[in-house]
Design a binder for this molecule. Structure first.
Ligand code: SF4
Ligand code: SF4
Ligand code: SF4
Length: 261
C-alpha cells in the first residue's frame, strides 16, 4: 500500500508501542474504503481512536501472531508457517484471551498484555521469535541419501555454521549435527540430491521478552511437527491462565520460575 509523504511523516510521530498496530489498522481501513493510498486524514482518524480513553482496549485482541516475510517468496524459507499460524489463531480464538484478561487485569487492557507468538520460516529468525512468548522457526533436518556425491564442495561452502566437511575417502559429506541450525541451505545447493531433507518441522522457543528484564526464549529441544506445536501452545495457555493472576505476560511467568530455581 502506498503512503503519502504527509501520512508517512505523521505515522512516525505515533508512539512506538502502538505504531505497528496503527499502521495495520490504517491500511485495513484505507483498503476497506477502496482507496489505494493512505492520506494524512486516515492516520489522524485512527490515531485519535487509539489514543482516546478506552480506545486502545477495543483494539486489544489478547494475542498477536506475527510471521516473517518468508511466505512472500523469500529464498531462505525452509518450512512454511502460514498453515500453522492459521491453526494457532483458531486455538487463540477458542481460548477467549480478551475475556480472560478482563477478568484479571485492573483497568484498561493494553497491547503489552497480549500473548505474543512469532513465526519465522527459517533460522534467520527475521520476525525475532527469540523475544516472543512463543517463538517458532520452520526448519529442515538434513541427511544423506543414497545418491553419489560429486565432491563439488557447494554444501560446505554454503553452510555458514561450518557444519559440513567432505570425506574424500568415502566420497561423502559429513554433517556435524550439533553445529547444524537446520536451515536447509546445503540441501538447496546440492546438485546431485546427495543431501536431502529427512524431517521438516519447527523449532519452538518459550518465554522471550524485552522490557526492563529482557530474556531470550528457551528452546524446547527437538524438531516438532505441526500437531506437536499446537499441543505445546495449548499447554502453555493452560499454564498461563492458571498462573497469571494480574495479566502478567507468559514470558514474565516463566522468568519468575527461573528465579525460583
Ligand atoms: S526468517 Fe528466513 S524465511 Fe523468513 S524472511 Fe527471514 S530469511 Fe526469509
Ligand atoms: S542445514 Fe544449514 S546449518 Fe545445517 S548443515 Fe545444512 S547449511 Fe549447515
Ligand atoms: S553433497 Fe552435494 S553439494 Fe555437497 S559436495 Fe556432494 S554433491 Fe556437492
Amino acid at each position: 500500500m502506498r503512503w503519502s509523504r504527509e501520512a508517512e511523516a505523521a505515522i512516525q510521530k505515533v508512539p512506538f508501542f502502538v505504531r505497528k498496530k496503527v499502521i495495520q489498522r490504517v491500511e485495513a481501513h484505507v483498503m476497506q474504503s477502496g482507496k489505494a493510498q493512505v492520506e494524512l486524514s486516515d492516520v489522524d482518524e485512527l490515531k485519535k481512536k487509539f489514543l482516546s480513553k478506552g480506545g486502545m482496549e477495543k483494539e486489544v485482541k489478547g494475542y498477536e501472531i506475527a510471521s516473517c516475510f518468508g511466505g512472500s517468496g523469500c529464498p531462505n524459507a525452509a518450512n512454511p508457517v502460514a498453515r500453522l499460524a492459521a491453526d494457532l489463531e483458531k486455538i487463540f480464538e477458542r481460548e477467549n484471551l480478551p475475556g480472560f484478561l478482563k477478568s484479571v487485569v485492573k483497568g484498561d487492557l493494553k497491547f503489552h498484555h497480549e500473548f505474543r507468538v512469532s513465526l519465522s520460516e527459517c533460522p534467520n529468525a527475521c520476525s525475532r521469535p527469540q523475544i516472543a512468548d512463543i517463538g517458532i522457526m520452520g526448519v529442515v533436518l538434513p541427511g544423506i541419501s543414497g545418491e553419489a556425491c560429486s565432491l563439488c564442495g557447494s554444501c560446505a561452502e554454503a553452510c555458514d555454521e561450518g557444519a559440513i566437511t567432505l570425506d574424500t575417502k568415502i566420497q561423502r559429506p559429513i554433517i556435524r549435527e550439533p553445529l547444524c541450525l537446520n536451515c536447509a541451505k546445503c540441501i538447496r545447493v546440492c546438485p546431485t540430491g546427495t543431501l536431502t531433507g529427512t524431517q521438516k518441522g519447527f523449532r519452538v522457543m518459550l518465554g522471550g521478552k524485552l522490557g526492563r528484564h529482557p530474556r531470550l526464549a528457551m528452546e524446547v529441544p527437538g524438531i516438532h511437527s505441526h500437531d506437536e506445536v499446537l499441543a505445546i501452545l495449548k499447554n502453555c495457555l493452560k499454564f498461563y491462565k492458571k498462573t497469571s493472576k494480574k495479566g502478567e505476560r507468559f514470558s514474565h511467568l516463566l522468568s519468575s520460575l527461573d528465579q525460583i530455581r
